[in-house]
Design a protein. Structure first.
Length: 262
């Protein structure tokens, strides 16, 4: 099995054929949320620049198809995850039910549901519902003995006690949608990937729930944030991505890391 490798293809096939059973310490997955709409956009948005609703072919399935898809990829992840390993799954209200059902059917222990409060959330165009400003990250453990670096999380927690001392990391994470220099954009100025996750999010997960030299895997790598952060902090990594254009972006990010161990 190769580590520090990006695989181009379907994650279910690659997880079942290329990755050894019980070899992965930590999985972060950002699967399609199945929420793509009709291509709504808001050009000239004053709060964060031009806004485009996610409208990708990989994010459109019927409800039965999406349930089957969720069961297939989580089961493939279960095959490669160590008994002491953890899985983190990014989701929204659109797909958290499917994720939770499959994890519970596989007898995973749900340790936390982290709420990501997006401090610069996208505008409410329809003006018919409350503005959506949160997403979730489900943290589940396969068995006992999972890694949780409590002191490290206190150290990196940006929130401090009134006396300036470090504070326990809570399950509410306030951070903006990716913007500025961190946002990867194409020549047309638009974001290369519509759901790029913040590096700070992956920093907390990887430093908090893995050790140096552990193997981190992302089955829906997208623009490569997971493998990039894993490489920066001395972890081994595997990234899987179906879209060839995203693989190129992720590879460029990995090439920017001067050193990482095999």
């Amino acid at each position: 099995m190769k580590t520090n490798t990006l695989y181009h293809g379907d994650c279910v096939i690659i997880l079942n054929q290329e990755v050894d059973p019980s070899s992965v310490d930590l999985i972060f997955a950002d699967p399609p949320y199945n929420l793509s709409g009709n291509g709504l956009s808001w050009k000239g948005n004053k709060t964060g620049g031009d806004w485009y609703m996610v409208n990708e072919s990989w994010d459109k399935m019927s409800e039965p198809e999406y349930m089957s898809f969720t069961r297939d990829w989580i089961s493939a992840c279960d095959r490669v995850l160590k008994d002491t390993g953890s899985i983190f799954v990014a989701c929204s209200y659109h797909n958290i039910s499917e994720v939770m059902i499959v994890l519970k059917q596989l007898e995973y222990k749900i340790n936390n549901i982290i709420t990501w409060y997006k401090t610069n959330s996208m505008p409410n165009m329809t003006k018919r519902v409350f503005t959506h400003s949160t997403e979730f990250v489900v943290w589940a453990a396969k068995g006992s003995g999972w890694t949780f670096n409590y002191d490290k999380l206190k150290e990196i927690n940006p929130n401090k006690q009134k006396n300036g001392h470090s504070k326990q990391m809570r399950d509410l994470w306030e951070m903006p949608l990716v913007q500025g220099k961190e946002r990867i954009r194409g020549k047309d100025g638009r974001a290369v990937h519509p759901t790029q996750k913040p590096e700070e999010m992956l920093k907390r997960i990887i430093l908090g729930c893995s050790k140096e030299k552990d193997l981190i895997l992302d089955p829906f790598l997208g623009s490569g944030t997971t493998t990039y952060v894993a490489g920066v902090y001395g972890r081994k990594w595997i990234g899987i991505e179906k879209d060839a254009d995203y693989i190129k972006v992720a590879q460029n990010r990995m090439n920017s890391i001067s050193q990482y161990s095999d």
